[in-house]
Each structure stands twice: as structure tokens, then as C-alpha cells.
Ligand binder design. Structure first.
Ligand SMILES: Nc1ncnc2c1ncn2[C@@H]1O[C@H](COP(=O)(O)OP(=O)(O)OP(=O)(O)O)[C@@H](O)[C@H]1O
Ligand SMILES: [Mg+2]
Length: 273
């Protein structure tokens, strides 16, 4: 389900985005990572990106975040070209990357402080601390936290800026299975309330089906779009429903991880959107 009304999010368009890096084995040459990716996310859409390690998923997110520059192609938020980092694009990495010298509360507040909004939004800091269940750790420093707790701070820190585009690079990968499922629900709850356009990198097919409007499957490097699967299950989704499990099986078959013969019942769109 894609809702375009009342979305805080904006359309995200990538047109023929190409990226290469100097080849570490042969610095004269460049290693092609993304040969020309075109994707459009509707305002408020939640799309997952799945693909083999090294295919360029993080590179794609870093390009959208404005932390890397594309060799060619266009990246647009609404009608504006991306030309550097901005608070309107929140990024949560695999690694929480917290400021080690700041407490949990100050880490969550950091974006608001930088934009002079702390006074106005102080109540939201408390709300987000509750949301990630870290009120008791408000004055703790990152080195006091478990990896999972640190990742929850990183998530709160990005969401509190109400980003137009939220970029999540396996943000829940470090969490235990139960915390992860609970946080999936929390991310979904926030997403449905605010509708930041969200691009989620995950290696977890269940997470992708549970959360996404669409799943984009990438090829090995150089990363191209292999398949786009529209998830038509109504929300809230049930991880044990027969439709969910059937879809899971079909996607595993598409990815050649199911074993046995492939079936073609899953609905995959043409890889241009
Ligand atoms: N700054 C860089 N300089 C040189 N090569 C880079 C740089 N960043 C990424 N790469 C290369 O680009 C390719 C894609 O890396 P990327 O981190 O985007 O993969 P990924 O799909 O996110 O993988 P994973 O699932 O393991 O996180 C890799 O071959 C990597 O070595
Ligand atoms: Mg990565």
C-alpha cells in the first residue's frame, strides 16, 4: 500500500546512477560498483533492498545520503538534486556511529541542537527515548550500551529529524530476534504516522516482506536491479499467515535459496520503475 497524502516523505528518484571506485589491486583502473541504477520511490513508500554482499547497497545509500558523489546520473528528492548531506535524509548505518563523548540523550538530541530546534522539540526527545526503551540510559555513554541498544539510539537520532527520506542500512541486523521484531513494529508505526520515504537494506527476507511495499533484489557487483517484487499483503501483516509464508517461499526460490525446482508464481515487475 503506497499512501501519497500527508506524507512527510518526498519522491526519491534515481536515474541511471553510476558509481565506480579506484580498484585497490590496480589503482589506474576503477572498479565499477553501480553500472546505472534507476529507481523511483513514491512519497511515503517503504522499499527494501536485498542483494549479495558487496553488490553496492551501502554505496547506493551513501550516494542518496550525499556522502558520495555519483560518476554519472541523477539523484532527486522531489525535484531537487542531491548535492551533499542534509538533515532531510536520515541515515542509519550497520554501525551505530554514535558520538562517544555524548550521552544517549545528547546523541538523540544532536540533530535538533545543530538545527537550533532543541527547545521546541524537547518533548519529542523524551518520546523517542521511550520508544527505543532507553529512558533508564539517558545519561549513559555509548560505551555503556550493548550493540543493540546503541543501534536503537542511532535509529531514534535519525527519526527525530523527521527526514523526508530515511535510509536504513541493516539497522536491525545487530539486534536479537525478539528486539528486532519489536523494533520492526516500531519503525512501521513511525513510518505509518509520518510517512518518511524509506529505503531499507536488509539481508532478512522476513523483515523485507513484513515491512515493505516493494522489495528490490540486486545482482552481484556491479549491482543492477534484478527483480522488483510488490508486496500486496495488507498491513498489519502476520508473519505466520499462509500468504506470508507462501510469499517467503517464492522469494527464496527466486533467489535460488529454496532448493528444488523454481516456480514462477511470485509477481515480479520489470526492473524499471
Ligand atoms: N570508499 C570505497 N573505496 C573503494 N571501494 C569501495 C568503497 N566503498 C565501497 N567500495 C567497494 O564497492 C563495493 C560495494 O560495496 P558496498 O559496501 O556498497 O556493498 P554492500 O552491498 O553494502 O555489501 P554488504 O551487504 O556486505 O554490506 C565493494 O566491492 C566495496 O569494496
Ligand atoms: Mg553494506
Amino acid at each position: 500500500m503506497v499512501m501519497t497524502t500527508d506524507a512527510e516523505g518526498s519522491t526519491l528518484q534515481l536515474r541511471d546512477v553510476r558509481k565506480s571506485f579506484p580498484d585497490p589491486d590496480d589503482p589506474v583502473n576503477r572498479r565499477l560498483v553501480l553500472p546505472g541504477i534507476s529507481i523511483t520511490l513514491a512519497a511515503g513508500e517503504l522499499v527494501s533492498l536485498i542483494g549479495p554482499s558487496g553488490c553496492g547497497k551501502s554505496t547506493l545509500l551513501r550516494l542518496i545520503a550525499g556522502l558520495e558523489t555519483a560518476d554519472a546520473g541523477e539523484l532527486l528528492i522531489g525535484s531537487e538534486a542531491i548535492c551533499g548531506p542534509s538533515a532531510e535524509r536520515g541515515l542509519v548505518f550497520q554501525d551505530p556511529n554514535l558520538f562517544p563523548w555524548l550521552t544517549v540523550r545528547r546523541n538523540i538530541e544532536a540533530g535538533l541542537v545543530a538545527r537550533g530546534l532543541l527547545q521546541e522539540k524537547r518533548a519529542e526527545v523524551d518520546e523517542f527515548m521511550r520508544l527505543v526503551e532507553l529512558e533508564a540510559f539517558a545519561n549513559a555513554y555509548p560505551h555503556h550500551l550493548s550493540g543493540g541498544m546503541a543501534q536503537r539510539v542511532a535509529l531514534a537520532r535519525a527519526l527525530i529529524n523527521h527526514p523526508k527520506v530515511l535510509l536504513l542500512d541493516e539497522p536491525l541486523g545487530a539486534l536479537d530476534a525478539f528486539t528486532r521484531m519489536r523494533l520492526q513494529d516500531e519503525v512501521l508505526r513511525l513510518w505509518s504516522a509520518r510517512r518518511s520515504t524509506t529505503l531499507l537494506v536488509t539481508h532478512d527476507i522476513d523483515e523485507a516482506i513484513y515491512m515493505s511495499d516493494r522489495i528490490i533484489i540486486m545482482t552481484p557487483r556491479p549491482g543492477k536491479i534484478d527483480q522488483i517484487i510488490t508486496i500486496e499483503l495488507k498491513r498489519p501483516r502476520h508473519r505466520t499467515s499462509s500468504e506470508f509464508l507462501q510469499l517467503r517461499g517464492e522469494i527464496l526460490e527466486l533467489l535460488h535459496f529454496a532448493g528444488g525446482e523454481r516456480t514462477k508464481s511470485v509477481k515480479a515487475d520489470a526492473p524499471t520503475i
